[in-house]
Write a protein that binds this ligand. Structure first.
Ligand SMILES: NC(=O)c1ccc[n+]([C@@H]2O[C@H](COP(=O)([O-])OP(=O)(O)OC[C@H]3O[C@@H](n4cnc5c(N)ncnc54)[C@H](O)[C@@H]3O)[C@@H](O)[C@H]2O)c1
Length: 405
């Protein structure tokens, strides 16, 4: 058991700030069972952002080079929240330096790198280190509530799912080129938001077995190049040049889950104008159906066959302390108070700290492993191969867990 846990965040962009805030708040949600958490450093290659985030979230210092965080004796736990193509080098460096690592999804931008990272994590586990990936939406109270209704049999056998993650951060051709727009087919919208959508679909429908009907399109093929650092959503000075968008703005595919009889259709976009963060999933079952929408995160839709044709149909269930993650999960945990994605980062951070601290008093469900992160990338790779083969059916490899079952 640690006397205290020192944390750092590498990357102070959009999600990095959510991690910085999450480590700060994690000890204040659920039981007071953690050792003191020390907020040590926020690192970002762009120093003004590191300085600002460290000050804003109460960290003692900032760094510009991740190696300083790896070398620091007062840091035990590190979030890696930078571009996907940078994950491998930084994660491997941190694990080699003896840090526990929470890496953002997707594990990397290539399957080869992801597999190497899982091997490094297995090696580090032998030295007592925890390496996990943030499948943040597994912590959405609404999704966890629907999973309970599937698992306890209320909804009956799952028949099919329909899921989409529509975002619009790339809708305007004026949005400058950034790391998200470069890379092989499948590293665009599919990797960015499809990485979430696939584990969310699996959360409700079971392990993904095969995909077909893969199709990508790049709707906006050129983007202006920013001069220097460009924060997402803020106007940046431009060089006057443009760069080719290399990967998918939109992707769609069908999938088979579980024993192969459960099917689904999934669609992702970063050019879905007017939908900033539109993750919606609907699960259809023998005894009912359920629906969750990230834009209305503190309610679910529920329909039960047992209501009969006269009173049946979708009802709105406003979530509260009777549902997962709500009781103790926020300062005011009364029914109907409302919450959002930031809370999920806190729960993910809390689960990570529970695991590092060896907390046995009501720990949250553990975060996903790097092997889960490899499986997630194998799913994305299968979609890319399906798209390259005109929509052919492509099997997803069985997971390590299944191989050992
Ligand atoms: N779990 C979620 O809900 C969620 C949401 C958004 C993003 N993400 C993931 O988080 C990661 C980061 O995404 P983002 O949207 O925050 O990106 P971002 O572009 O907003 O921020 C990345 C930051 O990394 C910094 N950086 C670049 N190179 C660096 C280096 N070598 N060392 C330290 N800092 C460096 C940049 O200056 C920038 O501030 C990605 O893997 C993304 O997929 C997850």
């Amino acid at each position: 058991m640690h006397d205290s846990i020192g944390v750092a965040v590498i990357g102070a962009g959009m999600a990095g700030k959510a991690h910085a805030a999450a480590w700060r708040n994690a000890p204040s949600v659920f039981g007071s069972t953690l050792p003191p958490v020390r907020l040590v450093s926020v690192g970002d290659a762009y120093e003004p952002l590191a300085v600002e985030a460290a000050r804003r979230f109460g960290y003692s210092r900032h760094d510009v080079d991740w190696r300083a965080i790896a070398a620091a004796d007062d840091i035990d736990v590190v979030s890696v929240v930078v571009a996907n193509q940078l994950h491998r080098e930084i994660v491997e460096g941190l694990l080699a330096a003896g840090k526990h690592v929470l890496c953002e999804k997707p594990l990397s931008d290539s399957l080869e790198d992801a597999r190497a990272m899982a091997a490094a994590a297995a090696d580090a586990a032998e030295r007592g280190l925890v390496a996990r990936i943030g499948f943040t939406y597994r912590r959405a109270p609404g999704l966890a509530a629907i999973r309970q209704l599937v698992e306890d049999g209320t909804l009956g056998r799952v028949l099919h799912v329909s899921a989409r993650y529509w975002t619009d951060y790339g809708s305007s051709p004026d949005v400058p080129f950034s790391w998200r727009f470069g890379g092989a087919p499948g590293t665009g919208a599919l990797a960015d938001v499809g990485s979430h959508l696939t584990y969310v679909a699996e959360f409700l429908a079971g392990g993904l077995r095969s995909v077909n009907g893969g199709m990508f399109t790049t709707a906006i093929t050129k983007r202006p190049v920013a001069a220097g650092f460009a924060l997402r959503g803020q106007a940046a000075p431009l060089t006057g040049e443009s760069a080719d968008v290399e990967n998918d703005d939109y992707a769609t595919f069908n999938a088979r889950f579980g024993d192969g009889t459960v099917v689904g259709s999934l669609e992702v976009s970063r050019v879905a104008t007017s939908h900033p963060n539109g993750l919606v999933i609907e699960v259809f079952c023998e005894d009912g159906a359920a629906r969750w929408d990230q834009e209305r995160p503190s309610e679910i839709g529920l329909a039960l066959q047992s209501d009969g044709p006269r009173l049946g149909g979708y009802r709105q269930v406003v979530l509260g302390p009777e549902h997962p993650y709500v009781a103790g999960g926020m300062a005011m945990d009364a029914p109907g108070v409302g919450w959002g994605q930031n809370q999920m980062f806190e729960y993910q951070a809390r689960a990570f700290l529970d695991e590092v601290a060896g907390n046995t008093v009501d720990p949250l469900p553990a975060n996903a492993t790097f092997d889960d992160g490899v499986h997630n990338m194998e799913v994305l790779d299968a979609v890319a191969r399906s798209a390259a083969a005109g929509g052919a059916s492509v099997d997803v490899p069985t997971t390590k867990q299944e191989q050992h079952a």
